[in-house]
Design a binder for this molecule. Sequence first.
Ligand code: AR6
Length: 190
Amino acid sequence: MADLPTQLALSPTSSLKIQKGDITKWFVDGSSDAIVNPANERMLGGGGADGAIHRAAGPELVAACYKVPEVRPGIRCPTGEARITQGFKLPAAHVIHTVGPIYDVDSNPEASLKSAYANCLSLAKENNVQYIAFPAISCGVFGYPYDEAATVAISTVKEFGKDLKEVHFVLFSDDIYNVWLNKANELLQN
Ligand code: AR6
């Protein structure tokens, strides 16, 4: 049985929910919901959450990703940007693919991570998505320190998430979950 999410207000009509779990299982209504995929610039699958999302969505997801136009050879989604596809076999209706920074390589990882979160929220709004679930973008293979990533994630959602009904974080491990919870309590108290 999954833990109940912790809920904090972003505005009178919008809330932030933080929970432990597997993002591939997450959904609210299967029509106005989206999960965020922490992808790479090729946008054709990979390891970590990206691999799990592609396995759960089935092969139609990679086929839909191939149809996203390349902006440069081999690059469908530059770092900090976002692209949307259907969710196919996933319980959520949409997948918003974004690319966080590789912490040790990016010249301004904080700006790139902020841009990734902000562009996902803006693409969600454009597509009438009311419920969105984020993993801890860049906190796996891409090596972003958890505490710094949580500051960027929560503050960007606080700034740009108010037009959605619910913004969720679905976090895979106890340590990241605890960092996120502490940071949300710190940044969202009044
Ligand atoms: N549900 C929720 N969170 C998950 C899941 C899941 N099913 N699986 C892993 N995580 P990562 P990145 C957590 O490495 O750092 C891929 O190869 C994981 O524990 O998935 O942005 C892509 O193709 C970690 O906390 O993403 C890219 O090449 C968080 O999700 C590269 O990895 C993000 O870890 C992207 O690296």
